[in-house]
Write a new protein. Structure first.
Lengths: 323, 291
């Protein structure tokens, strides 16, 4: 069967759990911005957790199905319509051949995940179907989906309708959203006052927020500890000799607007980084809309690992519940 | 040189061998990253060497961060003793300096530049003390370059020139990064040259363009059939200035699948290079010209 794309939405892409192992060549792991939502969507339709889904940001696509399939949609809150009839999110339902899936306006969060039984079956690239558009890698011919595309879907048995996850296991961004940060990397480049301001100030998500990185504005400009710049770094105090970037790392070009690198991160560059958002909060960034207020919260490693364990426990509960 | 270790969140360890760039720092970071690879530490998912640093990504559910940190630190001493030599290759990369496409782009983003009144090359030549753009271009391509990092985006090489530090060219990055850079732009930032493997954002000054693809996800380009990324750390590059006619000829040959870059196998030995840079580079060029 195929999913026939009538309208693509804003920037809808095929994503799975990504392609780790090529970051040393500048090819990022990619994959769902909100991994737990992708896993849940797959579980609900009986797929392996890492099957390829559609990730739609801010605006949903319109899709006609050529065969019967089970579907589940997770992530942000966006009204789901099947031939105009409302369907529940985070809940499996059956789509008949010829029926059309469409969406209303986004109510909360930023990204939805559309899982179809059998999974999207495009050709994997370097072990993943995730779309990396600037490298023309994976996805559908290396790009986001477009009107007229016919996306191949694998074959799998249907699941019963109404499989769902308990609402308390779903995580949405609070207001302001708190993102926990481990300081480090080039943190020492900031003056003590600037370091404190970073955590005291309220930031807002800038319009430049995508799969590569989320930019924030609204905080005070940062000041750097004075030094003679090291050879090869460049003259600006925010410059370093180009090094590797971590996923979640926070760079501040020119000391003005922090950028948190996400799944399609550039693998390195010449701007200082002050630390990184902890792995447990990366999914949450994928659900942030522009203009959302954010506070960065300083934590230590122990707390980061505790938060990671909590996220894992939620995943385990989902697995048990959906069974 | 003082090695500095830091966590990057709960999944990465960042090791900076030196805060300034040198080939010594490059070789130590490469040796350390190789030692981490060879140690086969369970839980390691990515090992990324950079110019004078490297990074290890790991799964903290498999190995505790402090255990990972201790294992990497154990490898430092061994890596410092490692020989600073490589069996590698020298590749001739054609460059069309002052081409119309990067010129159009740099004019479009002029307000983000330190000196909106001229071109990136005018600016780079002046701040490096050259009295003409032609003399600066000559300095850029007359001596070979060493690939000290691959990354940023898919397959982009960072190159460090094989000359004494006082002859190194240095330029700042754009004041604010551009949102567009033509594919195959030959750029410059800090002491590094680069080739933009794909079209996209960028902050390096733009000097010219190469007709030679260095990343091909479809692996249709003849010399990228085995792997989609051309460069690896340790590769040596010699820029060859070309004109528009040559650019067009090579572009057509790439499309027909008949273009083969000029490549020679060579050894690079840092001590031998440091002892006699001019003589060492002359031998590299001899090997390339015989290829």
């Amino acid at each position: 069967m195929t999913l026939n794309i009538v309208k693509p939405g804003l920037a809808t892409s095929i994503q799975d759990l990504g392609r780790p192992g090529y970051f040393h060549l500048g090819i990022p792991e990619g994959g769902a911005m909100d991994r737990l939502a992708l896993r849940a969507a797959n579980m609900l339709v009986g797929n392996p957790e890492g099957a390829a889904c559609l990730e739609a940001v801010f605006m949903g696509p319109e899709i006609t199905f050529t065969a019967e399939a089970s579907v589940a949609i997770t992530g942000g809150e966006m009204p789901i319509l099947l031939d105009g009839v409302t369907k529940e999110s985070w809940t499996s339902f059956t789509v008949k051949p010829g029926q059309t899936l469409s969406f209303g306006f986004l109510k909360s969060g930023a990204r939805i995940y559309i899982a179809v039984s059998g999974g999207i079956a495009t050709e994997p690239a370097l072990g993943s179907r995730s779309t990396y558009p600037i490298g023309a890698l994976g996805g559908f011919h290396g790009r986001n989906i477009a009107a007229g595309d016919e996306l191949p879907v694998g074959t799998a048995p249907l699941v019963e309708e109404g499989r769902s996850t308990p609402a308390e296991l779903r995580r949405g961004p609070g207001s302001p959203t708190e993102l926990r940060v481990l300081t480090g990397l080039y943190w020492y480049r900031l003056t003590e006052a600037s370091g404190q301001n970073f955590f005291n100030d309220t930031w807002t998500v800038a319009p430049e927020a995508d799969r590569m990185g989320y930019r924030f504005r609204g905080g005070q400009p940062m000041e750097f500890v004075e030094r003679e710049q090291p050879f090869g770094a460049g003259a600006d105090p925010s410059n370093i000799v180009d090094g590797c970037y971590s996923y979640g790392s926070i760079q501040v070009p020119g000391g003005s607007e922090p950028i948190v690198l996400h799944r399609d991160a550039v693998s390195g560059g010449g701007y200082f980084t002050l630390g990184a958002v902890i792995s447990a909060d990366m999914d949450l960034i994928g659900q942030l809309q522009p203009n959302t207020q954010v506070k960065f919260i300083k934590v230590e490693m122990e707390e980061a690992l505790q938060a990671r364990a909590e996220r894992k426990a939620v995943l385990e509960m989902m697995r048990k519940y959906i069974g | 040189m003082k090695t500095r270790y830091s966590y990057g969140g709960d999944e990465h360890i960042y090791v900076e061998v030196d805060e300034e760039m040198s080939l010594d720092a490059f070789f130590i970071s490469l040796s350390m990253s190789k030692a981490v690879r060879e140690a086969n530490i369970p839980g390691v998912t990515e090992i990324c060497p950079a110019n004078a640093s490297f990074e290890v990504r790991f799964d903290p559910d498999v190995i505790a961060p402090e255990t990972m940190m201790a294992k990497i630190k154990e490898l430092e001493h061994k890596a410092e003793q490692a020989e600073k030599r490589l069996s590698t290759r020298i590749i001739e990369i054609p460059v069309y300096y002052q081409d119309p496409w990067t010129h159009e782009t740099l004019m479009r983003f002029r307000e983000r530049h330190q000196d909106p009144s001229g071109s990136d090359l005018d600016y780079a030549a002046r701040i490096n003390g050259y009295d003409s753009v032609a003399a600066f271009i000559e300095a850029h391509h007359s001596q070979p370059w060493f690939v000290s990092m691959v990354g940023f985006v898919a397959g982009l090489p960072f190159l460090y020139q094989l000359v004494e530090r006082e002859k190194q060219l240095q330029v700042p990055k754009y004041l604010r990064p551009r949102t567009d850079t033509p594919r195959h732009t030959v750029g410059y930032g800090g002491c590094f040259s680069c080739i933009y493997s794909v079209r996209g954002a960028g902050g390096y000054q733009m000097f010219g363009i190469t007709p030679m693809p260095i990343f091909d996800p479809e692996q249709k380009v003849s010399y990228l059939e085995d792997f989609m990324v051309f460069f690896k750390p340790g590769d040596i590059v010699k820029w060859k200035p070309i004109d528009r006619a040559e650019y067009d000829r090579i572009t057509a040959a790439v499309e027909q699948g008949t273009y083969a870059p000029r490549i020679a196998e060579v050894d690079f030995d840092l001590d031998a290079f440091n002892a006699d840079m001019t003589g060492f580079n002359a031998k590299l060029m001899e090997a390339l010209n015989d290829a």
